[in-house]
Design a protein around this ligand. Sequence first.
Ligand code: ZN
Length: 275
Amino acid sequence: MCTGRTPRALDAILDGAAMKGGLTLWRSRRGIWYALLSATMDVPVAEASGGWVGVDRGQNHLAVASTPTGRPRFWTFGVVRQARRHDAAKRRRLQKAGKRKTITRLGHKEARLVRHVNHVISKQVVRFAVDHGCGIRLEELRGIRQTARQRADTKRQADQNRDYWSYVDLETKIVYKAALVGVPVEKAPAAYTSKSCCRCGAIGQRERHRFRCPRCGYRGHADHNASRNVGRWIGVACPVVRERGASVMGASVPPGAVYDSPQAPYATDPVRGTA
Ligand SMILES: [Zn+2]
């Protein structure tokens, strides 16, 4: 792509940091020729991380990241929402006029916007992790649309419906940008990250964008709370969540323990005692 400056991959090849791969010429449908150059380069070994920045796909925000100390960073849908609303109205007009080709083009334009914003956000997420000397923990995306239900009326409004957002694309971009600078990336199961308290692990109440814990009294932004849970996930809760039915049915759970919570080990930790 001609951007007026040398692309990073090309710089790396010229510096001898990367090995050049194949070169392909490709002509776009508009008749513009592109030279696609692939490069192979060594990336820094991802160091074991002291802490983790948790990145959550927010209910109200596009994404929320937070450091182990709880410092958050929010990414809103902002301009994207405005563009969506505008395009939805345009699409309705085109549909009436039967202009199918133009509708397809509009779809491509939207997909490009999503990819562009994902580039920007993924870069900032990686930067955020580097600045705080942390690795990145993402929530597991499999089955997300089945678990994170949206209200039907929210879904009908083009600018409010979150399903169009490609989180898989965002994840892919975060993973490769992190690899380039040697930041480790992990995945945490998404279940219960938004329902549990990030302080004590109890299942709390969520009202719109606020989260409230009935046990320790913690109150905070719901998406922020969820991203802290993703960052603090310690890996033990996963099988508990998967075998939820069985563990709830069994009576072998110590008193004070909280079922199905990513933070459950905290609550029952014999060293720290129950909260
Ligand atoms: Zn709590």
